[in-house]
Design a protein around this ligand. Structure first.
Ligand code: C2E
Ligand code: CA
Ligand code: CA
Length: 587
């Protein structure tokens, strides 16, 4: 290739200089071209030569830079193909730019061009030196890294199971909503949404089933919320939501909450199981219930717990007294654990009487917590918490063991305590080791199976009938009696009831309170009595406080009674005295 070109008169690079320059650029690995102001390539190094595609070159003597870099027939121009050389020709200053080249296969390459002006001895501009470095790979790597960084960022802010925002992002968004609301003097609502009974589902069907439940619930919730509302999963079965767009009235919130509860009504079909899910929701409002995100979320959580106490499947707005409650909960949970270790639970026994003969037929063991500083605490205040935390399993076992031991002692002393009724949490029935544990306990305490009756609540059996049937059959086979507690309050399925080995129904106290005045209650109690007779079950009425109630029950065919009318639950010592007196009068 000839360097000297007659058509370009001002180009007068001396031969020595030219050879020198050629030698310099030949030593460089990157493609280097010396280009004149008409885009003609005056010198090039081997790296450029190697990349030339001769099929595309018309005149190798007057090779143009755009032919080399782009396989184009015209210079780069305009916004789409800007020419970086022009810039240097005008300013006579070096630049470094990323420029898109097209290789011989038509692929776009990102090339970093370093373009410097060349001057002769007299400072006259004679052309440009362009050093090209292919950055395609580096840029790709960079993009990949960026993408990875984005993914990491995403993962740090999202829940991998449901794809919803996580707690971190939720708190962040809530902070933004608060700022916005502060400026526009509007409100923000925080919903704390907890799935009822999710732990039970997880425990009985396994975690992967539980995961499917969470995903299905998420899909339903997403289907009804507005695009502007943030839904997050902030814990195992806990979701939270921000409602903030121009929120002026609490009706909007209630509408959304109702919508959520409504959409849960349809059963979920997961791995061919059909199940019903309900939500307990707590709501807190900015600015009334807190000025910062953490507090609002905490208060919505406290309100959610109130919903649980109210019987689940409901919602509650936060009120100040809930903070105290929430605190009490935490204190209670911790001390409940300690109490189990310290065996601070004691048992009271409430007699069960045959009202016709006035004989003692048995007794129910009712747990109490003898707290170091708070005194005697009623089970109403801690059983629910014990169930939620799973502590109920150990608690019930402690109660069972102590009560069975006590009854054995009474029998050994020649007393006649009758049947011992024990309350059993559903969770207990779900323990794999329940039956062997029960057998071992009978053996260990010297208690006979026929002295025992286990009470299970109706609602709890009905929630998982198939599994319950199995365990209840095994219990029954051991010779232990089974009673349904609080009968009438759950949603009985008579079909299942028939399949269960139930010996006794306990009519719930709530139906007896207004008997014999309330017609509806009278009808219900009569129906329960008739039902028990037709299914060959025995009956007992609990919470009998008045002689009218007792007489009504006797007239209608229910003679077994438990209630304050006869005796309140009492300590083992008091019961021992009572048994001694009775054994004298009854023998
Ligand atoms: P429950 O099984 O329905 O027990 C009957 C409750 O009614 C007892 O309350 C008893 O003291 C109360 N009661 C009995 N007669 C009368 C009456 O004439 N009038 C009134 N107003 N109440 C009466 P308690 O001892 O407070 O127990 C509350 C609940 O705690 C029990 O209801 C039971 O569900 C649960 N519970 C008690 N002990 C245990 C236990 O060891 N394990 C489990 N899992 N639950 C227990
Ligand atoms: Ca009971
Ligand atoms: Ca009961």
């Amino acid at each position: 290739m000839s360097i000297k070109d007659k058509s370009s008169t001002h180009y007068d690079m001396e031969d020595t200089c030219r050879h020198y320059l050629q030698a310099v650029i030949d030593g460089l690995k990157d493609p280097v071209m010396i280009i004149d102001d008409s885009y003609t390539v005056r010198l090039m190094n081997p790296a450029v030569k190697k990349s030339l595609d001769h099929r595309l070159i018309t005149d190798i003597e007057h090779l143009k830079c755009y032919e080399v870099s782009h396989h184009r027939t015209v210079p780069c121009d305009g916004l789409k193909y800007p020419c970086p050389l022009k810039n240097v020709m005008e300013t006579k200053k070096s630049i470094s730019v990323i420029h898109d080249h097209v290789d011989s296969e038509g692929k776009t390459r990102s090339v970093e061009l370093t373009i410097s002006p060349l001057f002769d001895r007299h400072e006259k501009f004679i052309g440009l030196m362009e050093v090209a470095r292919d950055m395609t790979y580096d840029i790709e790597i960079e993009e990949r890294l960026k993408k990875q960084e984005d993914i990491t960022q995403y993962q740090a802010h999202h829940d991998s199971l449901t794809g919803l925002s996580n707690r971190t992002l939720f708190i962040d968004r809530l902070g933004q909503s608060i700022k916005k609301a502060h400026r526009s003097e509007s409100k923000v609502a925080v919903l704390f949404i907890d799935l009822d009974n999710f732990k039970e589902i997880n425990d009985s069907f396994g975690h992967s089933f539980g995961d499917e439940v969470l995903k299905a619930v998420t899909r339903r919730l997403l289907a009804i919320i507005r695009r502007t509302d943030t839904l997050a999963r902030i814990g195992g079965d806990e979701f939270a939501m921000i409602i903030d767009d121009d929120l002026k009235a609490s009706e909007v919130i209630i509408d959304i909450v109702h919508g959520m509860m409504q959409i849960m009504r349809e059963p979920f079909v997961i791995k061919r199981h059909s199940l019903y899910m309900t939500l307990s929701i707590g709501i807190s409002l900015y600015p009334e219930d807190g000025a910062v995100a953490d507090i609002l979320l905490k208060n919505a959580d406290a309100a959610m717990h109130r919903s649980k106490e109210e019987g689940r499947n409901t919602y509650q707005f936060y009120t100040e007294d809930m903070t105290e409650k929430a605190f009490e909960r935490i204190v209670m949970e911790t001390s409940l654990r300690e109490a189990l270790d310290a065996e601070e639970f004691i048992i009271h026994y409430q007699p069960q009487i045959n009202a016709e003969t006035d004989r003692l037929i048995g007794m129910e063991a009712l747990v109490r917590w003898e707290h170091k500083s708070m005194g005697l605490i009623s089970p109403e205040r801690f059983i629910h918490l014990a169930e939620e935390t799973g502590l109920i399993v150990d608690l019930d076992r402690q109660v069972m063991r102590a009560a069975m031991r006590q009854v054995s002692t009474w029998y050994a002393e020649g007393l006649k305590p009758g049947i011992l009724a024990l309350n059993l949490a559903m969770k207990q029935l779900q323990q794999d080791d329940f039956i062997p544990m029960l057998e071992a306990m009978l053996h260990e305490t010297g208690c006979e199976a026929k002295w025992l009756e286990l009470e299970v609540t109706e609602g709890k059996i009905m929630k998982r009938p198939e599994q319950a049937v199995e365990t209840l059959r095994k219990i029954s086979a051991l010779g232990i009696l089974l009673a349904i507690d609080d009968f009438g309050t759950g949603y009985s399925s008579l079909a299942y009831l028939k399949r269960l080995p139930i010996d006794k129904l306990k009519i719930d106290r709530s139906f007896l309170i207004d008997v014999p005045h309330d017609e509806d209650d009278v009808a219900i109690v009569r129906a329960v009595i008739a039902l028990a007779k037709s299914m060959n079950m025995s009956l007992i009425a609990e919470g009998v406080e008045t002689t009218q109630q007792r007489d009504f029950l006797l007239q209608n065919g229910c003679s077994d009674i438990q209630g304050y009318l006869y005796a309140r639950p009492m300590t083992a010592e008091k019961m021992t005295i009572l048994l001694r007196e009775r054994s004298v009068t009854e023998s």
